[in-house]
Design a protein around this ligand. Structure first.
Ligand code: FA5
Ligand code: MG
Length: 466
């Protein structure tokens, strides 16, 4: 464990809770501390580690950083990347703060500037655990793993701008067109996703963007090819929702540290799943990092999301399992093997409905919020306005649920949200689906967990149960 990490654990134990207006539940803290040093992305034979290595192999010659400690400064996580002072990702409802200057990194981009400053390679990857207060469902978890990748060219090493552009074009010509369907309806840049005019010519940004996209398409195709081989070798019949061929889609995105920016989505089980964010690196960032003559691209991907595709793992919570029926299925010395589900235990859905207290603005997302895609560094794409006064935020409920019932919860969905026409009071109803990956939850167990959650909601937020 890094010295920095040890300090972090001491912090937590000494104070028992994070600073700030919203102290966390002790049980949530306990579960984060317990998982903090598991470093799944570096555990031999763990599916996240196997996925990381496969992705690293798609970027030969890149330097791989897998040991960077998870406690970073607010400056590293946000300021150094150009996050605005009021960026929603900075909110306590999204980010785990240790104190006002220190937090648990919300993304691997927190290390970008440091790695650029060290200037030891043109290309690099960073794999690490990241922390966000987020929704609860099959593809979201408050601790997950990201892999950052970047490639830059030092333009001072070229005789002229033309030589540089020629090099980019030559590299691009070496890519075989991907043998899959790729939707990319957007122009290389547009006013909503602008060219950094002050620093890049249009053709330069276009070629850098194309280079980024071809590399990441190739990476996605590699994952799918391996996944497909594993499925065939397993003799398992693909589930109907897994029979669709690979489809990729580029979607316009926004990140403070890249422009233009895109997200890559893959077609997974009947829906588009966002796997990464990326773009042309913000030039002022490279200037701040002391490498003003470099230009290039960067991406940040969700390792769990790709590991789920690679192995056919249906639920993100499984990565944390210590059950040998899970762990013994993976062997990094063998070809990728498809995950064989072990028996699924029955689900126990329970609803909780409550009136919100009158005071303070109410911040809640609409039904189906749990399937919304996360946006940069934990800010929701549809981030509701947060005011200074304590308000109820959906993530608060998520945290109560996680802190109380932990991995026994599969999903939390808002199923009703209405405001009383006369009194103006707002009522919410959530369906909490309990299901353990390791045993059948009895009715009594599900009821006890649910009762505890109901009590917490009353004592922490002053809601009135209905
Ligand atoms: C970022 O974190 C950017 N820093 C990525 C980036 C890097 C952009 C470099 C440009 C340049 P985002 O918040 O979208 O972006 O997260 C990146 C990926 O992490 C997502 O595409 C998704 O695959 C994964 N991810 C996000 N939230 C969760 C979660 N709660 N659980 C599991 N995976 C998640
Ligand atoms: Mg995103």
């Amino acid at each position: 464990m890094h010295a920095h990490d040890r300090t972090f654990l001491l912090y937590l134990r000494a104070f028992g809770r994070f600073c700030g207006s919203k102290p966390l539940l002790d049980s949530t803290l306990r579960s984060i501390i317990a998982q903090y040093d598991r470093r799944l992305h570096a555990q031999p034979n763990h599916p996240l580690s196997i996925t990381r290595k496969l992705i690293e192999s798609c970027f030969p010659g890149f330097q791989n950083h897998n040991e960077l400690p998870g406690v970073v400064t607010v400056n590293q996580n946000f300021d150094s990347l150009g996050f605005a002072p009021d960026h929603p990702g900075r909110n306590r409802s999204d980010t785990y703060y240790i104190n006002k200057d220190t937090l648990l990194r919300t993304h691997t981009s927190a290390h970008e500037v440091d790695v650029f400053r060290a200037n030891t390679s043109d290309g690099y990857t960073i794999a690490a655990d990241v922390y966000r207060r987020d929704a609860v469902d099959r593809t979201h978890y408050p601790i997950f793993h990201q892999m950052e990748g970047a490639l830059t060219w030092d333009k001072s090493k070229f005789n002229s701008q033309d030589d540089f552009l020629h090099q980019l074009q030559t590299d691009l010509n070496n890519f075989n067109p991907p043998n899959v369907e790729v939707e990319d309806p957007n122009p290389p840049f547009q006013s909503s996703n602008p060219l950094q005019e002050k620093y890049h010519s249009a053709i330069e940004a276009e070629l850098i963007g194309a280079h980024l996209k071809r590399n990441l398409e190739k990476m996605a195709v590699t994952i799918f090819t391996e996944a497909d081989k594993a499925l065939k070798a397993s003799g398992q019949e693909a589930a109907p929702e897994d029979k669709d061929p690979l489809k990729l889609r580029w979607v316009e995105a926004f990140f403070p540290h890249t422009s233009p920016s895109w997200e890559l989505e893959v077609w997974w089980r009947g829906d588009w799943l966002e796997v990464l964010g990326s773009g042309v690196i913000d030039q002022p960032l490279l200037i701040r990092a002391g490498v003003p003559t470099r230009v290039g691209w960067a991406f940040g991907l969700g390792l769990e999301r790709l590991a789920m595709l690679l192995f056919g793992i249906p639920d993100i919570r499984l990565f944390w399992s210590k059950d040998s029926r899970f762990l013994n299925q993976f062997d990094e010395k063998k070809p990728i093997q498809r995950f064989q589900p072990f028996s699924k235990y029955p689900a126990a859905p329970r609803d909780v409905a409550f009136w919100l207290p009158k005071s303070g603005p109410v911040v809640a997302e609409t039904p189906a919020a749990s399937s919304s895609t996360p946006s940069p560094a934990g800010g929701k794409e549809t981030e509701p306005t947060l005011s200074e006064s304590p308000a109820f935020h959906e993530n608060d409920l998520m945290e109560v649920v996680r802190g109380t019932a932990g991995d026994s919860v599969e999903d939390v969905t808002c199923i009703d949200n209405f405001t009383h026409p006369k009194t103006g009071r707002q009522s919410l109803c959530y369906r909490v689906t309990y299901r353990s990956l390791e045993k059948t939850l009895t009715n009594e167990e599900a009821n006890a967990l649910h009762e505890e959650i109901r009590k917490e909601l009353v004592s922490r937020f002053g809601v009135e149960l209905r």
